[in-house]
Ligand binder design. Structure first.
Ligand code: CO
Length: 214
């Protein structure tokens, strides 16, 4: 396939999609252009195989999304913090889903030494998580350690999210807001909840005491 053709395919697909959506729901674009009212914020990995709207069956307008390599949530990341703040304060989403996925190359990279360029800094926190837990995790097979690290990373990022000012502010003002920690299986397409939801400062305190060191 030529490079031009690779790109032309996207426009062709787009026109086809517009035709299908309009056939099913003639007012769809008029309606969704006027406002968005998503109930969910999704924070996931940039991996091309983990496509949030598709795997949750949600049409445009219902899922606010932030993605980066290894679904990292860091208070010094202005991009992520802006997305979280806008979602919680302006859009008033009721759920934030932190979703990792098995087979995450970002997590695997943090478990080894071979990263380069900006990714090396980006994965600092994930690498620290690995350094802290590798003694335990390496008692089993490397495959199991990779899966367990991916799950622990969801836990770590979930707790980081719960400590951000925007989330705390929502809880202090009694806004109903649940934080979810999920994992996606590349091999079967299934989503699974890994940890109990966190929906208040007291639940966060409990979660932190059960996950010391994260
Ligand atoms: Co990934």
């Amino acid at each position: 396939m030529s490079q031009d053709h690779e790109i032309e395919t996207l426009f062709k697909n787009n026109r086809q999609w517009v035709a299908e959506v309009t056939r099913e729901d003639p007012d769809f674009f008029v309606r969704t252009a006027s406002q968005q009212t998503p109930k969910y914020l999704w924070i996931g990995c940039s991996d091309s195989r983990v496509t949030p709207n598709q795997i949750t069956g949600l049409p445009p307008g219902q899922l606010f999304v932030h993605r980066n390599i290894a679904n990292v949530i860091n208070e010094s990341d202005l991009n992520c913090m802006s997305v979280v703040d806008f979602a919680v304060r302006v859009l008033q989403v009721r759920h934030v889903i932190v979703c990792g996925h098995y087979g995450c190359a970002g997590v695997h990279a943090a478990m080894g030494d071979i990263t380069q360029g900006p990714l090396d800094d980006w994965l600092d926190g994930v690498r620290a998580l690995w350094d802290h837990n590798k003694g335990d995790l390496l008692k089993g097979s490397l495959e199991t350690a990779k899966d367990r690290m991916t799950e622990l990373n969801v836990r770590k990022q979930m707790l980081s999210l719960c400590r951000t000012p925007s989330i705390e502010h929502a809880w202090r003002h009694q806004n109903s807001l649940q934080i979810h920690g999920w994992i996606y299986g590349l091999k079967n397409g299934l989503l699974r909840s890994l940890y109990p939801d966190i929906g208040s400062i007291s639940q966060r305190t409990r979660a932190e005491s059960e996950s010391s060191g994260l």
